[in-house]
Design a binder for this molecule. Structure first.
Ligand code: FES
Length: 359
């Protein structure tokens, strides 16, 4: 059972890691500890009201579950309502609504294996990645990790102290390569963003394709897809490429396109939503909206965060009918095969659809 309701948590501490990045640590009461247990790489969905408007966002946990801490690192983005609030106003003792950890950006640790891993991250993409690195290095005494991390300049590297501390502690098992896009250094390979040519060089000189078992990618869509395609082209099996996007611009565009092209001759679709043991029915004009947005407009209280096909919070099972799902980055293939959909991305294609959020 996935817990998709919000709980009120107290902020234990708020600390700056760079000028525009804040680490928020939550207090978890004993009664909520089990519910808030998490895997490295998972995220929390936060909700609050800013200027009278409800705002929710998902942020990856940058702490490791082994730390017995619940910390998210939030980088302030231009015009980012929630990230500005967290960076400029939030203080310890404040309360926020928080959904228990979720997300599938992880693999299980196995102490009996000596696996070699590589991670590619950009900017705040480091937040789930540092949790993954720390957890695997601690839980798998034979594991190694190589991290390739892109930032604008040295001052903008978030969690740099934590990365360096890990590097010093796991001297033999953890290597970091910082790439800077707005600061020149002596090694040309490390100047500028990651490109296919740079990946060629890295795979010729520092990454042995034959020994790396799993790759973790987190950052902007264009970078993630470029690296994912590169890895696929050098025959890394898809099951060994794990990625998490910040947001998906193409997801929003594809939803719009899907809405425009979804009319199939039926005037209305009868939508039934099963949630929290209750059922809720409404009629949705063909081609007008996604299942999630139309249900929210009818005042349904459904779980969601990114609305971009990334966080998976709006996942539900399609019990009846047919939908067009614009993107499904957060879903595994076996979930899709088993009828799971992202309701923020799904446009009904049949006269009737039944969607179950309780699965
Ligand atoms: S709300 Fe994030 S995937 Fe739908």
């Amino acid at each position: 059972m996935v817990h998709k309701q919000f709980y009120t948590l107290e902020v234990a501490s708020v600390r700056k890691t760079t000028e525009d990045c804040t680490v928020v640590s939550f207090k978890i009461d004993d009664s909520l500890r089990e519910l808030f247990q998490y895997h490295c790489g998972q995220h929390l969905t936060l909700k609050t009201t800013i200027n009278g408007k409800e705002v929710r966002r998902s942020y990856s946990l940058c702490s490791s579950p082994l730390d017995n801490k619940w910390e998210v690192a939030v980088k302030k983005i231009d015009d980012g309502l929630f990230s500005t609030y967290l960076n400029e106003q939030l203080k310890s003792g404040d309360r926020l609504e928080v959904m228990p950890p979720s997300g599938r950006f992880f693999i299980e640790s196995d102490a009996s294996q000596a696996k070699n891993y590589a991670a590619f991250a950009a900017g705040s993409g480091i937040t789930p990645v540092i949790s993954i690195i720390k957890t695997h290095l601690i839980q798998e005494p034979g594991a190694t990790f190589k991290l390739f991390y892109v930032n604008r300049h040295v001052g903008s590297i978030i969690l740099k102290e934590e990365i360096e501390a890990l590097k010093n502690y796991f001297l033999e098992r953890f290597e970091v390569f910082y790439f800077l896009t707005q600061e020149e250094r002596d090694v040309p390979l490390l100047n500028g963003r990651l490109t296919e040519e740079k990946l060629d060089t890295l795979f010729n000189r520092v990454v042995d394709r034959e020994v790396i078992s799993d790759y973790f990618l987190c950052g902007p869509e264009a970078m993630i897809f470029m690296i994912r395609n590169y890895l696929t082209n050098i025959n890394v099996p898809e099951k060994n490429i794990h990625f998490e996007l910040f947001t998906s611009e193409s997801g929003a565009q594809k939803v719009k396109k899907a809405i425009m092209t979804s009319a199939n001759g039926h005037d209305n679709c009868e939508v039934t939503i099963l949630e929290g043991g209750k059922s809720f029915k409404f009629s949705l004009p063909q081609g007008s909206n996604t299942i999630l947005d139309s249900a929210l407009q009818k005042s349904a209280d459904l779980p969601f965060a990114c609305k971009g096909g990334v966080c998976c919070t709006c996942r539900a099972k399609l019990l009846e009918g047919k939908v067009d799902m614009a993107v499904h980055y957060g879903l595994e293939q076996d979930e899709i095969d088993n009828g799971y959909i992202l309701t923020c991305q799904s446009i009904p294609l049949s006269e009737k659809v039944v969607v179950d959020f309780d699965h």
